[in-house]
Write a protein that binds this ligand. Structure first.
Ligand code: UD1
Length: 445
C-alpha cells in the first residue's frame, strides 16, 4: 500500500480535510450535446461506506475499508468519528482510497450538532455507541429534504433490545445500563437505516436478535459481510429475516466496499441520454434490481463484460416507461430522479410513482426550466418526452436531484449552470473529473 503524505491526499480529495466546507460560491457549468465515451470507474457505494465506517466503533481493533468513495458524506462522518476519539489513516492504492480506523480509545461524549444535522446516517452512531459504550447522546439527525424521514423504527428496535431512550430539545439520549439484549423485532417497513442500526447493536447484544421485514439492499449484505469478517454471526443478509447471534468478541477486518449501484444507474442514464457508450467498470447488473429491466424497456442497453457493464442507448432509441419506486429489489428511489431526467427525452409518456419519500420531486421544477414536460399529480409524475432540452441555471436540492440535473445538462443544448453543489458532492465521488475523462464539457467555476 502506498501511503500518501496527507497534503497530496487532500489535494486529490479535498473533502477529507476536517475543516473542508463546500464553497457556496461555486457552480458547475455543463455544455451538453457530446456523446460520452470511455471508461467510468464505479466507486464504493455512498450508502454502504457510512455504516461500514461506523461498524469500526464496535471493536478496539483495526478495521480497514478499501474502495472508499471520496464524498462529502465521508468527510462529514470522518469529522464526527474523529471527535469521538477514532483515529483514521487514509491511503491510496491503484485501486482507490482506503481508510484504517482505530476506535481503541473511543469516547462516547456529545456529538457535534452541526455535523449531525448534515447527514441522516449519523443516526447509526446510536446503535454502535450503545453497543460499545452503553450510552449515546446525539442531536436529531438531518440529511436531504426529501420527506419526513422519522427514526421511530430505529428507536423502537433499540428499546426492544433494552435501551432507555429520551428525546428532549432536539437531543436523543440513550443508555443501556444493563447492556443490550437480543430481541425479536418486526420492522413496519423494510427501512435500510433501521436495519443497519439494529444490526450494529445486535452484534454486541447478549443473545439472539431476529429482525423481520428487514431491508435487503446490497449495502445491508455488504455490512453483514464486514461484520462477519469481524467475527459477528449473522444469517439471512439479503433476505427479509436477519438472525444475529450477539456477543462474539469482535476482531479487526479488511473489507472492500461494494460498488455503488446508484452511481451505476446514474451513469447508465448518462451514456443513453448522450447517445454515447461507457464501460461502467466494477458495475454489477444484479445490484440494479428492478431498474435493470426498467432501463432495458426504456432503451438503455446494459451489456455485462468481465470488468463491468457497457452502457449505451438501444438502436430503437429511448421509450417512455412506467416506474414505481420500492424497497430493494424494487426500483430504487435513489434512481427515480436520474431516470426522470432520462425519460424527459424518451418517445411517448412515462409515469413515475414515488412511494418512499413524499417530497422527492423537487427536481421536477428544475427539469421544467430546461424544457422538460412534466406534471405532478400526488405521488406520480407524468413525463411527456420532448425532442430536446435547453441549458438553464438550476439548483440542486438533494443528492439524486443533483445527479438528474447533471444528466439533463449533458443532453441539453447550450450551457446548464448548477448551483447547490454540496448536494452533488455528498454522494458522487469525483463525478466532474470522471465525466470529463469520458469527454464531457463540464467544469466547476
Ligand atoms: C437509505 C438511503 C437512501 C435511500 C433510502 C431508501 C443511506 C445512507 N440512505 O435511507 O439513499 O433513498 O435508504 O432506499 O443508506 N421510515 C420511518 N421511520 C423510521 C425509518 C424509516 O418512517 O424509523 C420511513 C422513511 O421516512 C421512508 C421509508 O421509511 O419513508 C424508508 O426509509 P429508510 O429505508 O429508512 O431510508 P434511509 O435509511 O433513511
Amino acid at each position: 500500500m502506498t501511503v500518501l503524505p496527507s497534503s497530496s491526499l487532500q489535494a486529490a480529495a479535498p473533502w477529507l480535510r476536517a475543516d473542508w466546507r463546500p464553497d457556496s460560491g461555486q457552480v458547475l457549468a455543463v455544455r451538453g450535446g457530446r456523446p460520452l465515451e470511455g471508461v467510468y470507474p464505479i466507486s464504493g457505494a455512498k450508502n454502504a461506506i457510512l455504516p461500514l465506517m461506523i461498524s469500526a466503533l464496535l471493536t478496539p481493533h483495526l478495521v480497514t475499508l478499501r474502495n472508499v468513495p471520496a464524498s462529502l458524506d465521508v468527510a462529514v462522518l470522518s469529522a464526527l468519528l474523529r471527535r469521538l476519539g477514532t483515529e483514521m489513516h487514509w491511503s491510496t492504492t491503484a485501486s482507490g482510497l482506503s481508510v484504517t480506523l482505530s476506535a481503541d480509545r473511543l469516547q462516547p461524549g456529545s456529538i457535534d450538532g452541526e455535523l449531525v444535522s448534515r447527514m441522516r446516517a449519523s443516526v447509526l452512531l446510536l446503535g454502535a455507541l450503545l453497543a460499545r459504550c452503553g450510552e449515546a447522546r446525539l442531536p436529531m439527525p438531518g440529511g436531504d429534504a426529501i420527506g419526513l424521514r422519522g427514526i421511530d423504527f430505529h428507536l423502537a428496535g433499540l428499546r426492544a433490545m433494552g435501551a432507555e431512550i429520551e428525546l428532549a430539545s432536539g437531543l436523543i439520549e440513550a443508555r443501556a445500563p444493563q447492556g443490550l439484549k437480543g430481541a425479536e423485532i418486526l420492522l413496519p417497513l423494510p427501512s435500510v437505516g433501521a436495519t443497519e442500526n439494529l444490526m450494529l447493536a445486535a452484534v454486541a447484544a447478549s443473545g439472539t436478535t431476529v429482525i423481520r421485514n428487514a431491508a435487503r439492499e446490497p449495502e445491508i449484505v455488504d455490512l453483514a459481510h464486514c461484520l462477519g469478517a469481524m467475527g459477528a454471526k449473522i444469517v439471512g443478509a439479503g433476505s427479509h429475516v436477519l438472525t444475529i447471534e450477539g456477543g462474539a468478541a469482535l476482531t479487526g477486518a479488511v473489507h472492500d466496499v461494494v460498488p455503488d449501484r446508484i452511481e451505476l444507474g446514474t451513469l447508465a442514464c448518462v451514456a443513453a441520454v448522450t447517445d454515447g457508450e461507457i464501460l461502467l467498470r466494477h458495475g454489477r447488473a444484479a445490484h440494479l434490481g428492478a431498474a435493470l429491466s426498467a432501463f432495458q424497456a426504456a432503451g438503455v442497453d446494459l451489456c455485462e463484460e468481465a470488468d463491468g457493464l457497457r452502457a449505451r442507448r438501444s438502436a430503437d432509441g429511448l421509450t417512455g416507461i412506467d416506474v414505481v419506486t420500492q424497497p430493494y429489489p424494487g426500483f430504487a428511489t435513489d434512481l427515480q430522479a436520474p431516470t426522470m431526467a432520462l425519460l424527459t427525452l424518451a418517445k411517448g409518456a412515462s409515469a413515475i410513482t414515488e412511494t418512499l419519500f413524499e417530497q422527492r420531486f423537487l427536481h421536477v421544477g428544475e427539469l421544467r426550466r430546461m424544457g422538460a414536460d412534466i406534471a405532478v399529480h400526488g405521488r406520480t409524475a407524468r413525463v411527456r418526452g420532448v425532442a430536446g432540452l435547453h441549458g438553464a441555471t438550476v439548483a440542486c436540492t438533494d443528492v439524486r436531484a443533483a445527479a438528474a440535473l447533471v444528466i439533463a445538462g449533458l443532453a441539453a443544448d447550450g450551457e446548464t449552470v448548477l448551483t447547490g453543489l454540496d448536494h452533488l458532492d455528498r454522494g458522487y465521488d469525483r463525478i466532474v473529473d470522471k465525466l470529463a475523462a469520458c469527454g464531457a464539457d463540464i467544469v466547476r467555476r
